[in-house]
Design a protein around this ligand. Structure first.
Ligand SMILES: C[S@@+](CC[C@H](N)C(=O)[O-])C[C@H]1O[C@@H](n2cnc3c(N)ncnc32)[C@H](O)[C@@H]1O
Length: 400
């Protein structure tokens, strides 16, 4: 099946049968946050500073049943959000999901991302999660999206990684072989796949990886189908993912799961190895990390930017002292205790001085207190402020 039209038809059929993600609909805004879907925190991660505007245009390209779109709408109430998808079945769920939870700043269109030029105007933030690798031509797809990005805009992409998914790939092929001419019948594929996992020996590598890593979410057929009976999936490694990025014509800003890409977590206890790793170029160091920890690389998620994107590193004490700090909107419980949920929903604990600083900026941005003014009232240092910023716990607005 190499014809782009027949691939798209097969993909739409899969998601009409199993709209994805198969998450329940709620009568209220979804709980919690994901900082990658909040314009303020995403922009701050990419540039070091809070954006000047909130009334931005956001596109969720390949929105599926709208789980991400709903967050984009609620986390960015001043933005206008547009969701597009190939599958009318998935879109119907997305529409109902947003209506039920009261997200009124969103509109959906039955449109392929290859035809995104049909939408009017440009977007400040484009989210394209779990989609490009299911298209017949991801390079053409990313180029189509890049053309719709406003100058200074951000594109967030998530595509699959081959190293952490090789067992899945083998299982997909095995299921397809056993399906024979019933390939393309996705309910049959799910039945065959489930039967296979139940039958394989307990210590079989494919079965073990499924049970250890994926089985919890794969209890729902929608997740299982998306993983094992997909008609189109292109998996990447560092070399090919940067081919995709380079072809977009956009600037690579960084991975949006930076902890995974730290050599420190793998070889940090040997300073000489660390020094050798530091001497590598960025892409070589990324390759080293995925070679050393292949099972962690099930996907690549990253931000790209359209030039010009003005950034701030806050190395100048003077500029940092004059900045207006405020707590990130994507942290929880920090008002009550120095131990709270950070932007990745992990529990973090701050030293008292850093926590006092965080509390000191809670009246901002309304109060417009500068870093210097807050430091006069608490026992924190500029390094504490830089560390809070580095951990994405505060946003900083430069003063003109
Ligand atoms: C795995 S789902 C991801 C849904 C959503 N982005 C999320 O992360 O929850 C992939 C979605 O991409 C859609 N899709 C695939 N190819 C597409 C295309 N060319 N244009 C628009 N949507 C597409 C599918 O219909 C499906 O709903």
């Amino acid at each position: 099946m190499s014809n782009p039209q027949s691939i798209s038809t097969a993909v739409a059929k899969l998601y009409n049968t199993y709209p994805f993600p198969p998450e329940p609909l709620l009568d209220e805004p979804p709980p919690g946050y994901n900082w990658r879907w909040n314009w303020l925190t995403a922009y701050s991660f990419c540039t070091g500073q809070k954006p000047a505007r909130r009334d931005v245009r956001i596109l969720d390209a390949g929105c599926g049943t709208g789980v991400g779109t709903e967050y984009l709408a609620h986390l960015n109430p001043e933005a206008t959000v547009v969701g597009i998808d190939l599958s009318s079945g998935a879109l119907a769920v997305a529409q109902e999901r947003c209506q039920k939870s009261g997200a009124s700043n969103v509109a959906f269109y039955h449109l392929s991302l290859f035809d995104v030029k049909q939408l009017p105007g440009e977007f400040d933030l484009i989210n394209c999660v779990g989609v490009l690798h299911h298209t017949p031509d991801p390079i053409l797809g990313i180029q189509a999206l890049a053309k719709k990005l406003a100058p200074g805009g951000l594109l967030h992409v998530f595509v699959y990684g081959e190293l952490g998914r090789w067992e899945i790939k083998l299982m997909q092929e095995a299921i397809a072989l056993l399906q024979g001419d019933r390939r393309g019948d996705y309910t049959d594929g799910v039945a065959v796949g489930r039967q296979l996992f139940a039958t394989l020996p307990k210590n079989n590598r494919l079965r073990k990886r499924e049970e250890e890593r994926w089985a919890w979410e794969n209890q729902r057929d929608g997740y299982f189908a998306d993983m094992y009976v997909h008609p189109q999936e292109i998996d990447y490694n560092i070399h090919t993912v940067f081919d995709l990025i380079d072809a977009s014509g956009l600037d690579f800003v960084g991975f949006s799961n930076p902890q995974v890409w730290s050599a420190e977590r793998l070889i940090g206890k040997d300073p000489e190895l660390m020094e050798r790793a530091q001497r590598l170029g960025d892409r070589q160091r990324h390759r080293l990390i995925e070679l050393l920890d292949p099972q962690a690389i099930t996907h690549y998620e990253f931000f790209l930017a359209r030039h010009p994107l003005s950034t701030q590193d806050w190395e100048s004490d003077q500029e940092l002292l004059a900045a207006i700090p405020e707590p990130s909107p994507c942290i929880q419980g920090w008002q009550d205790s120095p131990q709270f949920f950070n932007v990745d929903y992990q529990i973090t604990r701050l030293e008292d001085a850093a926590w006092q600083f965080l509390l000191g900026c809670q009246e901002n941005p309304t109060a417009q207190k500068t870093v210097a003014e807050i430091l006069e009232t608490v026992d924190a240092s500029l390094e504490d402020v830089r560390s809070l910023h580095h951990q994405q716990l505060i946003l900083l607005t430069p003063t003109p």
